[in-house]
Write a protein that binds this ligand. Structure first.
Ligand code: NAP
Length: 251
């Protein structure tokens, strides 16, 4: 069975790998055998050190993914260093909170650009490379708000709903090319992204009461799903959005 999930010799490009869910995914992929290209606007020094401690190759690639201009230089740099990309994890993302009646165009564009536009063009650039090689795995990070409306996060909900749609579109186009495109929808995971919610006593209590597992998720909780979707264990899984949510959606 371990062979099904073995990522030895594979190269995974993980965006936003310095912290939170991205770091959890990078470490899980490395534990399964993958080398890691850790991309993001902050240096992923801790992640790179931890991956190297596991005996895998890891390199840091600085890229501000708020602009599509960063995409091709990043992909070229990773291919230059590693020679190939077998797995792309589109994890980098931001959130802006305000009532819909007050929401600004700046908060709309910032979230849509990073969470959806850059994600698509990274899929396109790495997808071209994977199609040429006849294989590859793309894992996009979606959200509960791929399925639900949420509150006070209009651009985030729009972007993550878009991630779900794009994941299915790309799966349709690239399944016959040997490229699997799927997504993980994390539930409420304790990271910087959710620090404001965790710090809000009322919202924190409401969220905890709604999670059947009775706890916030940890970035490590996302790692197993990422290994599954990055490995040959999921070769016939296409366009799926895998909720890892402690039961939130089942409630
Ligand atoms: P996080 O701790 O805030 O991490 C976000 C990551 O994205 C960081 O590495 C961040 O880099 C990077 N990033 C943001 N803007 C970037 C940019 N312009 N260029 C390059 N990198 C950028 O949040 P997280 O909770 O781990 O979130 C990771 C992903 O999971 C996001 O897509 C988020 O929407 C999604 N998600 C999170 C939850 C949750 O409950 N936490 C639930 C569902 C989905 P810096 O450190 O430099 O800012």
């Amino acid at each position: 069975m371990p062979g099904l999930f073995d990522l030895s010799g594979k190269v995974a490009l993980v965006t936003g790998a310095n912290t939170g869910i991205g770091q959890g995914i990078a470490l899980a992929l490395a534990e399964a055998g993958a080398d890691i290209a850790a991309a993001g606007r902050s240096a992923a020094t801790e992640t790179v050190d931890k991956v190297q401690a596991l005996g895998r190759k890891a390199e840091n690639f600085r890229a501000d993914l708020s602009s599509v201009a960063a995409v091709q230089p990043l992909v070229d740099a990773v291919l230059g260093e590693f020679g190939r990309i077998d797995v792309l994890v589109n994890n980098a993302g931001i959130i802006r909170r305000a009532d819909a009646v007050d929401f600004t165009e700046e908060d709309w564009d910032a979230v849509m650009d990073t969470n959806l536009k850059t994600l698509f063009f990274l899929c396109q650039s790495v997808g071209r490379h994977m199609i040429a090689r006849g294989s590859g795995k793309i894992v996009n990070i979606a959200s509960m708000l791929t399925f639900q409306g949420g509150i006070r996060v209009p651009s985030y909900t729009a972007s993550k709903s878009g991630v779900g749609g794009l994941t299915k579109l790309l799966a349709n186009e690239w399944a016959a090319e040997g490229v699997q495109v799927n997504a993980i929808a994390p539930g409420y995971i304790a990271t910087n992204n959710t620090a404001a919610l965790q710090g809000d006593e009322t919202r924190n209590r409401q969220i905890m009461e709604r999670i059947p597992a009775g706890r916030w998720g940890d970035p490590k909780d996302i790692g197993g799903a990422a290994v599954f979707l990055a490995s040959s264990a999921s070769d016939y899984v296409q366009g799926h959005i895998l909720a890892v949510d402690g039961g939130w959606l089942a409630r």
